[in-house]
Design a protein around this ligand. Structure first.
Ligand code: HAM
Length: 419
């Protein structure tokens, strides 16, 4: 039986990789320009990190984690997100002793056992950015500004920035109670999962896709109406700073995010070109996560961009693939050796070159050069060799010129790299 990849796990093939590299390079460039440093975290962590960090009564922890017991009997989990791991790393390595403020980013795959569909996979990539140690709402706006700058820089258009405030541990319990009271009256409308959520974590009902649950919650009380003065002041400042940064946003009082660690600012960037899985990015502030994981009181804020969704939105007319600069079509044994010598030199000088390894005819080598979309073909023919010349053909303009075999490397470098 043919072995295939597991459902929800994708290969990223060479013809798509240019987009991934472009996005990753742009993220590195922009984030580092904003003072962020890259961090790399393990793929597997102790299960407890996520159950404590993300929250026991969330979909991720309840039903989406890839959890297994290792040979020593430890419960381990493939990371479903990066924030909890980055927080753990900051605490474990006491990064705060160097500077209490840390700006970190991470790029890598995440794993969630969700039902695969367009834009939703079981292994998916995130670009994640986090700022630790700053409570000032200025940083909330700065992080969002960096995000939008990046999304625009890679060519995304028609995005909508949605924001909300989820309050804090002082004001949210009262909202939770109000929401619960409101929904208890409508519990007959709720699906089985939401009946349970009503007792364990009523805010999660906002995320439910079942139509009757959506109807039940349609005119539910809004968290924004229950936040305390401190949270309100913080939120007002975030909005003010976003406006100062020239960003448009809409308030979405129903956006509660799917992870329990959020406090105060929450945001998503959505694209209506994406269909039902329309969030390109989700993020927010989490001022209690450090306490929950490691007992230290450090505020944090960040976001994660879904790379598959982002890549599906890249401009269609932009070329991301790198094709060979040059194809060397050599004819005959002696020319083939010359081609081998030359190609090694070209590669050392950063010229993407290809050749034929099978002694094929000129016609078939030209066909391959065409298929590979080489910019130039260098023809090393028997006749030309006798005259000490080679033919350089520009595959786009179809023009040809004879160039001397002497100093071939330098001539090619000038033609190709300064083209
Ligand atoms: P999240 O909203 O769970 O947040 O995920 C962030 C983004 O990852 C989503 O907006 C989406 O683009 C992408 N994503 C999530 N699940 C899938 C999936 N199954 N398939 C494809 N793409 C997916 C977090 O993960 C938080 N850690 C974000 C954060 C960082 N908050 C603060 N700091």
């Amino acid at each position: 039986m043919e072995i295939k990849a597991i459902r929800g796990f994708n290969d990223i093939l060479p013809d798509e990789i240019g987009k991934w590299q472009f996005v990753e390079e742009t993220a590195r460039e922009i984030f580092e320009g904003f003072g962020f440093s890259e961090i790399r975290i393990p793929v597997i962590e102790r299960t407890e990190l996520f159950s404590r960090g993300i929250g026991e009564a969330t979909d991720i922890v309840e039903k989406e984690m890839y959890t297994f017991t290792d040979r020593s009997g430890h419960s381990l989990t493939l990371r479903p997100e990066a924030t909890a791991s980055i927080v753990r790393a900051y605490l474990e390595h006491q990064i705060y002793t160097f500077d209490p403020v840390a700006k970190l980013y991470f790029i890598g795959p995440m794993f969630r056992y969700e039902r695969p569909q367009k834009g939703r996979y079981r292994q998916f990539y995130q670009i994640d950015a986090e700022v630790f140690g700053v409570e000032n709402p200025m940083v909330d706006a700065e992080v969002v500004l960096m995000l939008i700058h990046f999304l625009k820089k890679v060519g995304l258009e028609n995005l909508e920035l949605q924001i909300n405030s989820l309050g804090c541990r002082n004001c949210r319990p009262r909202y939770r109670e109000e929401l619960k009271k409101f929904l208890e009256k409508k519990s007959f409308q709720l699906c089985e999962d939401c009946q349970r959520r009503l007792q364990t974590n009523p805010l999660r009902i906002f995320d439910c896709k079942v139509e009757t649950c959506q109807e039940a919650i349609a005119d539910a009380p809004k968290v924004m109406d229950f936040i305390c003065d401190e949270c309100q002041k913080h939120f007002d400042k975030v909005k003010e700073y976003l406006k100062m940064g020239g960003l448009d946003f809409i308030l979405n009082p129903r956006m509660v995010r799917g992870l329990d660690y959020y406090t105060r600012t929450a945001f998503e960037v959505v694209s209506y070109q994406l269909g039902s899985q329309n969030a390109v990015t989700g993020g927010g502030r989490y001022d209690n996560l450090f306490k929950d994981i490691g007992g230290l009181d450090v505020p944090g804020i960040g976001f994660a961009i879904g790379m598959e969704r982002l890549i599906s939105l890249l401009p269609k007319d932009k070329e991301f693939t790198q094709y060979p600069h040059l194809f060397i079509a050599a004819l005959g044994e002696e020319n083939s050796k010359k081609a081998y010598e030359l190609i090694n030199q070209l590669h050392l000088h950063g010229i993407r070159a290809e050749l034929d390894y099978e002694g094929k005819s000129l016609k078939s080598q030209m066909r391959r050069a065409n298929k590979l979309r080489a910019q130039y073909v260098l023809i090393l023919g028997e006749e030309e060799l006798r005259r000490g010349k080679a033919v350089l053909r520009n595959m786009e303009s179809k023009s040809q010129e004879e160039i001397p075999m002497r100093d071939l490397l330098n001539t090619l470098k000038t033609r190709i790299l300064h083209d």
